[in-house]
Design a protein around this ligand. Structure first.
Ligand code: AMW
Length: 149
């Protein structure tokens, strides 16, 4: 069974957490090591479209995912980000929370991560040549999945 992520069909091999109403996948073009995404299983476009039980499940899953990627990628903090609508930079029309492990000095200007998030998946920056291989993504997902078993 594959997972729907907006216009994308996501293979189970790159998904590392599935809860009752949410799932988490590794990123094909991470802005920092351990940059992953947490999504509702139901493919809705905007945060306002989620039911309360979906919001609760999504944020509980996001909390668990944050703890795991911070630990695994030796972060000391986390950036959580949601681009909710096209003017906010959303490219995939399916609610998703970006979870990014942070560490001292990872960006010269700390908030540059938001510029990077805005830029990393826009047309000219997001060609297939810049995506990680399926093998690399599946290996990362397998490693992260083990934390939840
Ligand atoms: W958005 O600009 O919609 O807030 O973020 C979309 C995110 O999804 C980006 O980080 C992008 O790299 C990632 N992404 C898009 N398609 C896929 C895919 N098929 N597999 C993994 N990550 C993806």
């Amino acid at each position: 069974m594959s997972f729907r992520f907006g216009q994308h069909l996501i293979k189970p091999s790159v998904v590392f957490l599935k809860t009752e109403l949410s799932f988490a996948l590794v990123n094909r073009k991470p802005v920092v090591p351990g940059h992953v995404l947490v999504c509702p299983l139901r493919p809705v476009e905007r945060f306002r479209d989620l039911r309360p039980d979906e919001v609760a499940d999504l944020f509980q899953a996001t909390q668990r995912v944050g703890m795991v990627v911070e630990k695994h990628f030796q972060g000391t903090s986390l950036t959580f980000s949601m681009q909710d609508g096209p003017e906010a930079g959303q490219t995939v029309k399916h609610v998703h929370v970006h979870v990014l492990p942070r560490k001292a000095g990872d960006f010269h200007r700390n908030d540059s991560i938001y510029d990077e998030l805005q830029r990393h998946d826009k047309a000219e920056e997001d060609t297939p040549a810049l995506w990680r291989s399926e093998e690399e993504m599946a290996a990362e997902a397998a490693t992260l999945r083990a934390y939840f078993q």
